[in-house]
Design a protein around this ligand. Structure first.
Ligand SMILES: [Zn+2]
Ligand SMILES: [Zn+2]
Length: 361
């Protein structure tokens, strides 16, 4: 057994060395345009030692030593966490979600949203069950088979709580003409997880995808402060990011993927002066010394919403998977306090499966 394990490790290492040696990661997609306001100043995604890095904080991701340090520390929320029975509520009325002709924004849990406009359905980071080994703490509002077919898949990055093989298979049972949009160097992974022949595009930050006009929107890939990893040797080899979806009506939605707080939000706001909805993660932030590089607390996410100058803030990435030290219901509790303190009616506290598109839109 030991021998087999060693052999596997040896072969994997060799393979990894080989792939390290042979590949230079793309810094942009030569076929796509960069946002016109920064064409002159942006030469493509920065690389450090052959791997992608963040715009502002270019330190490599924390290693095993820091993970051990975190695990050895006492969690100040330990007791609160044990008694927290929070469960995300599900809407009583799911008619809008089930109807393929109704426009809407619907949360299915974690980072999975259905965004539907004029009969075109988009899904973000679909995970319908557990995230590999992490158990799901909230229910799907309804079985995925009852949700109308999806045309567009937006994949923010390669982490397993966002990019899940089983969920993609399930999605494609019903969505036969699905196409994907993601970050640079994601095609090999996605082509392996999706049905053979599925078409897609990958982009560098600030690039606009070529979207068929029949879909009724324009789409950009934009920075986040995060990282990437799925296997032993692929740290930061696939680009992570966020999306701006700009519908023909002018309605603009920002899907923030996973991100720590940073100056990229102000940069995005300078390129997109109208953002109606900012969908931003508020969970997996404790302990902050370890997590803040990759995830935002409710307070920091609220600041990102202000920086983006968006009208509405839809929080995500909480209540579904227990990934960090804060109790599962903590992010929502804190965001409710912020909403009250700031008297900001743009902050939406979402219910799973409900139509979050506001009446004025
Ligand atoms: Zn992630
Ligand atoms: Zn995540």
């Amino acid at each position: 057994m030991q021998k087999i394990f060693k052999t596997v490790l040896f072969v994997t290492t060799l393979y990894s060395m080989k792939s390290n040696a042979q590949t230079t990661l793309p810094i942009s997609n030569a076929k796509l345009k960069v946002h016109p306001l920064i064409t002159d100043s942006w030469s493509g995604n920065p690389l450090l030692k052959g791997r992608y890095v963040n715009l502002e904080f270019q330190t490599p991701p924390r290693g095993f030593g820091d993970v051990m340090k975190w695990k050895r520390m006492k969690n100040p929320y330990e007791e609160e966490k044990k008694i927290d029975k929070f469960k995300l509520p599900i809407a009583d009325n799911l008619t809008d979600l089930k109807s393929d002709s109704t426009n809407g924004i619907f949360w299915l849990g974690h980072a999975t949203f259905i965004i539907r406009m004029n009969g075109v359905q988009i899904i973000t980071d679909p995970v319908f069950g557990k995230a590999t080994v992490v158990k799901r703490m909230s229910d799907l509002p309804l079985p995925i088979q009852e949700i109308p077919p999806t045309k567009v898949l937006l994949m923010s990055h390669d982490h397993r709580d966002h990019c899940d093989k089983k969920s993609l298979k399930l999605l494609q049972k019903k969505s036969t003409d699905l196409q994907y949009f993601s970050g640079l160097n994601m095609e090999e992974l996605l082509n392996g997880l999706l049905k053979k022949g599925t078409v897609g595009q990958t982009a560098g930050w600030f690039q606009e995808y070529e979207v068929d006009s029949s879909l009724g929107f324009r789409l950009w890939f934009l920075p986040t402060r995060h990282w990437a990893k799925r296997g032993l040797y692929d740290t930061n080899k696939r680009l992570w990011g966020s999306f701006i979806i700009q519908f023909n009506s002018g309605l603009t939605i920002y899907f923030g993927g996973d991100s720590g707080y940073g100056n990229h939000y102000k940069k995005i706001a300078s390129l997109f002066p109208r953002i109606d909805y900012a969908i931003l993660g508020i969970g997996a932030y404790e302990p902050e010394w370890f997590m803040e590089e990759n995830h935002a607390s409710p307070e920091k996410a609220y600041q990102a919403f202000i920086d983006l100058n968006a009208t509405y803030f839809i929080p995500m990435h909480y209540g579904t998977f227990d990934l960090s030290d804060e109790p599962i219901g903590h992010p929502e509790k804190v965001l409710k306090q912020i909403k009250e303190r700031e008297q900001n009616t743009g902050v939406i506290i979402p219910v799973l499966g409900a139509n979050l598109l506001q009446k004025t839109q």
